[in-house]
Ligand binder design. Structure first.
Ligand SMILES: C[S@@+](CC[C@H](N)C(=O)[O-])C[C@H]1O[C@@H](n2cnc3c(N)ncnc32)[C@H](O)[C@@H]1O
Length: 494
């Protein structure tokens, strides 16, 4: 670990780790202690059952009451729960704070995954009326989890987390990267990240600076970032949310930096917002970020918000929802720039060293089956396969329909019986794509049982439908490539 300040001294972190481990203050330890009903209540912010189950105030009970149920507890009980860390050290580090005649949480000390702890600031909802620190350190929320789920978890030598905050992404990286580097522009965030690392017995290189500046000239096998992606006029009040860049420029800036950050074969993944401008195709706008990077790019739009909902969401996030001037200024900026909606999604980039990189920007709003990260890695693998095969090789391959592939049909009853209006292929697993198809493609997919090369399958279909085989092959090539890209049909290896 670099010599970065922590919230506690190194001995203090060790003492805290001893206290938390001894009390079994871990996700599993807490679930075992509370049982399913109280654990389920906590997930919904209903602490009643948890408080009943922790009335005896042994160390685990006190830790649950203070750090999960946000109670003020007697100093003696907190001292016993944190020992060998002293209350004086915990107060000095901001872990707890005095409240009334007891102590309560000063930070979010979250048991996470099987046996990790993540340190972050308390959310705005925990201390209503108290303004968020300008360098607020974000806890584990929805966006954080989206990136955790989307990250490709294949073993790598080096990994980088840009804008590490609490350090939660870096914790995950350390499970499959030999060396982890994490950066942040905020010294305060780095203090939290350094403490999270030490508390979990992990060792990362921590660097301070603006975006990629601290790692200039260095390359990594995997880069992840949950940056301050929020779109607006470029005003910065909270560093976890505002990049200081105007509009969606941070997404473009990260794209431009990617080629210089990645080793050959490396992957970069980040979360981003992008604006939908009236009269402009949002997909083309985002695709433009990757022009000239030489990288394969897959951008999936997971959500779209209208400006009003978007501004309200982000003002509420920092407890400013009641400030009509802030909201009005932000919405005015959207109006002036003809922003009619804001998209949110995951950008995944792969440096494959190809002269003809694939850039795909698309909606993927359906619920997907986890793990998303492996599905993203498989998407790039399929692009490599398609590229290596070429149009001719595609025809020589044999295919099988995806496991459990369904056909959904809509038809209307007429004088002659049912008339089919629409036929849709639906993947019940994985990315759960649905794809409207015509009868010829249906026949092709229906016959994809892994036995005949596509070329022969097409010849049979051409004969049955009385069309020229070459014409059919030419038309079918891009369609099959698309079905392969989406995993609706899978090549069968020889
Ligand atoms: C949305 S938070 C993400 C925190 C954490 N990685 C996660 O996934 O929950 C963004 C982080 O980026 C940091 N940050 C903001 N602007 C930055 C910049 N220009 N360069 C580097 N880090 C920045 C913030 O301090 C904050 O910790």
């Amino acid at each position: 670990m670099d010599e970065h300040d922590m919230l506690l001294s190194p001995a203090g972190v060790e003492a805290l780790r001893t206290a938390l481990s001894r009390a079994a203050y871990t996700s599993n330890g807490i679930a075992d202690r509370l049982g399913p009903q109280a654990t389920g209540g906590i997930a919904r912010n209903d602490f009643r059952a948890a408080l009943r189950a922790t009335a005896d105030r042994d160390p685990l009970a006190t830790l649950i009451r203070v750090f999960i149920c946000d109670q003020t507890e007697p100093e003696a009980a907190v001292a016993a729960a944190l020992a060998p860390l002293t209350v004086a050290e915990a107060l000095a580090g901001g872990l707890v704070e005095r409240h009334g005649d007891g102590l309560r949480a000063g930070v979010d000390l979250e048991p996470y995954a099987d046996d990790w702890w993540v340190l972050a600031d308390l959310p705005v909802s925990s201390r209503p009326g108290r303004p968020l620190h300008a360098e607020h350190v974000l806890g584990i929320g929805g966006a954080t989890q989206t990136l955790i789920g989307a990250a490709v978890r294949r073993p790598v030598e080096t990994a980088l987390d840009l804008g590490t905050g609490s350090g939660v992404q870096a914790l995950h990286l350390a499970t499959h990267a030999r060396r982890v580097t994490a950066t942040d522009v905020s010294e305060r965030a780095l203090r939290f990240a350094a403490t999270t690392a030490a508390l979990n017995g992990q060792d990362w290189e921590l660097l301070r600076g603006d975006l990629v500046a601290p790692v200039a000239g260095r390359r990594f096998d995997l880069v992840v970032s949950n940056p301050p992606f929020v779109v607006g006029p470029g005003t910065t009040t909270h560093v976890y949310r505002d990049s200081g860049r105007v509009g969606d420029a941070i997404g473009a800036e990260l794209a431009a930096a990617a080629p210089g950050l990645l080793t050959e074969g490396g992957t970069m993944q980040y979360l981003a917002n992008w604006v939908h401008v009236t009269g402009e195709d949002w997909g083309e706008r985002v695709a433009g970020w990757f022009a000239g990077t030489g990288l394969d790019a897959w951008v999936i739009q997971r959500e779209v918000a209208d400006p009003m909902a978007y501004v309200n969401l982000w003002l509420t996030d920092v407890g400013e929802a009641t400030d009509p001037h802030r909201a009005a200024a932000w919405l005015d900026w959207f109006d002036a720039h003809k922003v009619e909606a804001v998209g949110f999604g995951i950008v995944s980039l792969h440096r494959g060293g190809h002269a003809d990189p694939v850039v795909r920007v698309e909606d993927l709003r359906q619920r997907v089956e986890p793990p998303m990260g492996e599905r993203i890695a498989a998407w790039f693998d399929r692009q490599d396969w398609l590229r290596a095969r070429g149009a001719d090789g595609l025809l020589d391959a044999r295919y099988r329909a995806a496991e459990g592939l369904q056909l959904r049909q809509e038809a209307t009853m007429g004088d002659e019986g049912w008339a089919v209006d629409r036929q849709v292929l639906a993947m019940p697993h994985g990315l759960r794509w649905t794809e409207e198809i015509d009868p010829l493609v249906l026949a092709l997919v229906g016959g994809a049982d892994g036995r005949l090369p596509l070329r022969d399958q097409l010849a049979l279909l051409a004969a049955a439908h009385d069309v020229a085989p070459e014409e059919l092959a030419e038309a079918a090539g891009p369609i099959v490539a698309h079905l392969v890209e989406r995993g609706i049909v899978e090549p069968v290896s020889d």
